[in-house]
Design a binder for this molecule. Structure first.
Ligand SMILES: Cc1cc2nc3c(=O)[nH]c(=O)nc-3n(C[C@H](O)[C@H](O)[C@H](O)COP(=O)(O)O)c2cc1C
Length: 159
């Protein structure tokens, strides 16, 4: 049997973009910290330095962010995907049923299902009818397309 070392655990909450479970990021971190000594990465809802600090206080060693990078100037998804992110306002996301029976968080309005094909339609063509524009709740805090350096800077520095 193949065995792989496990170097850390990702606590991904229901706030996150894409396929999700049922618990929030900030309820998962302390629950995992209570039963494991492995480093925990907080995923879901991370936007800036203060979110990282909050995750750290709860027991996370780092973060995993996805949605904020969709709005990076360097991100090669369709331009209208990024524009939809910037327009998103609370509650800007919803849950869409996936082909596996699980749920995925997507931007509200465009696309009601979430399959590999519908994600491709959103990413490559910005197809408002067939596309599943996966994004986390943090989309509601995104207001502009900006260089990835600025996004990372916001994560590591308190401004
Ligand atoms: C468009 C999109 C696609 C994603 N695809 C995957 C994937 O294929 N596999 C995976 O494990 N996580 C995937 N994720 C989840 C991210 O790895 C990450 O955990 C999540 O985006 C963190 O939450 P946030 O969206 O609030 O930043 C995806 C997220 C987004 C927004």
């Amino acid at each position: 049997m193949l065995q792989f070392p496990i170097n850390g655990l990702i606590a991904e909450g229901i706030e996150a973009g894409g396929h999700i479970g049922t618990e929030t990021t900030f309820t998962l971190i302390p629950q995992i910290a209570a039963i494991s000594d492995l480093p925990i990465l907080a995923a879901g809802g991370i936007y800036d330095y203060w979110d990282c600090q909050a995750a750290k206080v709860l027991g996370a060693a780092g973060v995993q962010a996805g949605t904020i990078f969709l709005a990076a100037k360097e991100c090669q998804i369709a331009l209208n995907y990024r524009q939809l992110l910037c327009q998103s306002s609370n509650p800007g996301t919803m849950l869409a049923k996936t082909s596996t029976g699980y749920w995925a968080r997507v931007l509200k309005n465009p696309g009601r299902s979430s399959t590999n094909r519908s994600l491709k339609a959103a990413v490559q063509n910005g197809d408002l009818k067939k596309g599943a524009f996966m994004a986390g709740q943090v989309a509601d805090r995104i207001t502009q397309i900006e260089p990835v350096a600025r996004i990372i800077n916001r994560l590591v520095h308190a401004n």
